[in-house]
Design a protein around this ligand. Structure first.
Ligand SMILES: O=P(O)(O)OC[C@H]1O[C@H](OP(=O)(O)OP(=O)(O)O)[C@H](O)[C@@H]1O
Ligand SMILES: Nc1ncnc2[nH]cnc12
Length: 170
């Protein structure tokens, strides 16, 4: 199955100059969605993940089924002010805009192996912030799994110390 054919590219969203990779067209195709999750879960299994962490919102759509498929826990990484318990937070820059991410302080036990899963690697800002949060809690980042990698933004260069897996590249 060619997953790239299932992804829709929309020009000038959410602002002029951005070529937005729309995964909703892939998600609505059951076989494509399953194939993407199976391949990301195979990577996470290889990395011996104890937990899968995913950043809101599109990261949830992939990280939670990967965790379910492996029978391990899912850790939500949320935008500012959404998590009810005690949190650790970090600010970050996006391909467009700026935001703050948070994790529950008790979400990870020191030494647990965490794979971070998200739909897309662009500048690497979101995943770098997520790495910081996981490591601040004493977690070991065992790998980074993406459905899409925008190689022209060189996010991977920020992630040299980590195992990076992506299914589709632009
Ligand atoms: O590598 P980066 O430059 O950080 O960009 C990638 C991130 O941007 C998108 O999320 P976005 O913040 O737009 O939020 P959403 O999932 O709520 O749409 C995407 O889902 C990734 O998490
Ligand atoms: N070009 C892009 N398409 C979809 N999601 C993104 N997140 C950051 N850059 C993106």
């Amino acid at each position: 199955m060619n997953l790239k054919d299932k992804i829709r590219v929309i020009s000038d969203f959410p602002e002029p100059g951005i070529r937005f990779k729309d995964i909703t067209t892939l998600l609505q195709d059951g076989a494509a969605f399953r194939s993407a999750i199976d391949q990301m879960a195979a990577f996470a299994r290889q990395q011996n993940a104890d937990l899968i962490a995913g950043p809101e919102a599109r990261g949830f759509v992939l990280a939670a089924p990967v965790a379910y498929s492996m029978g391990v826990g899912f850790i939500p990484i949320r935008k500012s002010g959404k998590l009810p318990g005690e949190t650790v937070s970090v600010s970050y820059q996006l391909e467009y805009g700026k935001d703050k991410l948070e994790i529950h302080r008790d979400a990870i036990q020191p030494g647990q192996r965490v794979v971070i899963a998200d739909d897309l690697l662009a500048t690497g800002g979101t995943v770098s912030s997520t790495i910081k949060l996981v490591e601040e809690l004493g977690g070991i980042v065992a790998g980074l799994a993406f459905m899409i990698e925008l190689t022209y933004l060189s996010g991977r260069e920020k992630l040299k110390n980590y195992e990076v897996f992506s299914l589709v590249q632009y």
